[in-house]
Design a protein around this ligand. Structure first.
Ligand code: GPP
Ligand code: MG
Length: 280
């Protein structure tokens, strides 16, 4: 009997270029922060920084940026607090695994992370072994638009700054299939402000820097509603993330994208949003 056709994980030139970017990525802004305590993040920070670190040198500034990035992941996970998680979560675009390890530690949940970067999957699985949780936290070379995981097999899914790489209708179609009714989806994302009439220059610079395609705010709510998700909480985190970018701009690991983020947030053309929505 012929075996079923397995679709390749990378389907388009665009997806291959994104995978290539993340396979090669070894930026100190991520690696040096991860080395602080072994949790490697690919997202930004939340909350006020301690101004004392500015006089304490590089290492203190890096540790403070890392503290704010870990605080961001805690805010994302807070949005799962009032749902019966039942123990199975998915991380859509799991990077080097930071948020997945935090979710496992906090909820005792089994976590499956998916990424189209084989390097990131290998790195994160290695972290899972080092942390002694490889039987609970697993990373897979899979496309979050079509994971192949079983229908209704997750109590919750999150995306931590990854939705700007994909079509939201396809993404939430797949998440609606994966999340059991009553389960929750939580997203932290940067989105552009529909009210400003399109992509500002600063937002376009961010897109170009990461090879992504930032969506307008309205697209999230339309795609969620179209796919059976009902928002329970929407938080504009923009004021809470600005201090992180101000600190990062002063750090030795600044990458050059700090000014576009600060401009976009301050001019109001871009928001940093948390959206939590239930699968009905
Ligand atoms: C990367 O985090 C995040 C993205 C590529 C998504 C873009 C996010 C928006 C909110 C628009 P990272 O930690 O790998 O980035 P960096 O290397 O700049 O720290
Ligand atoms: Mg980073």
């Amino acid at each position: 009997m012929a075996s079923p056709t397995v679709k390749p994980v990378l389907r388009t030139d665009y997806q291959r270029s994104v995978a290539d970017y993340w396979n090669k990525e070894k930026d100190p802004v991520n690696i040096k922060l991860g080395e602080v305590d072994g949790l490697y993040h690919h997202h930004y920070g939340l909350g006020a920084y301690d101004p004392a670190v500015l006089g304490m040198g590089d290492e203190a500034i890096i540790a403070e940026m890392h503290r704010l990035e870990t605080a961001q992941a805690e805010v994302l996970l807070d949005a799962f607090d009032d749902v019966p998680l039942g123990g199975h979560l998915m991380d859509g675009g799991s990077g080097r695994g930071g948020t997945s390890f935090m979710a496992n530690a906090r909820f005792g949940a089994q976590v499956d992370g998916v990424s189209i970067s084989e390097q990131q999957v290998a790195f994160a699985n290695n972290q899972a072994r080092e942390r002694g949780v490889a039987d609970q936290v697993r990373f897979h070379f899979k496309n979050m638009l079509d994971t192949g995981f079983e229908t209704g097999s997750f109590n919750g899914i999150w995306t931590n700054e990854t939705t700007m790489y994909v079509d939201l209708q396809q993404l939430y179609g797949e998440f609606a299939r994966l999340i059991a009714p009553g389960g929750r989806y939580v997203c932290i994302t940067g989105c552009y402000n529909d009210l400003t009439g399109g992509r500002s220059r600063a937002v376009s610079q961010i897109d170009q820097h990461y090879i992504c395609n930032i969506h307008p705010r309205s697209e999230y709510f339309k795609a969620l509603a179209d796919n059976g998700f009902v928002p329970i909480s929407v938080i504009d985190l923009t004021p809470e993330t600005i201090p992180y970018w101000e600190l990062r701009a002063k750090s030795s690991v600044a990458t050059g994208i700090e000014d576009p983020f600060l401009t976009a947030y301050k001019e109001g053309s871009f928001h940093y949003l948390l959206i939590a929505a239930d699968r009905v």
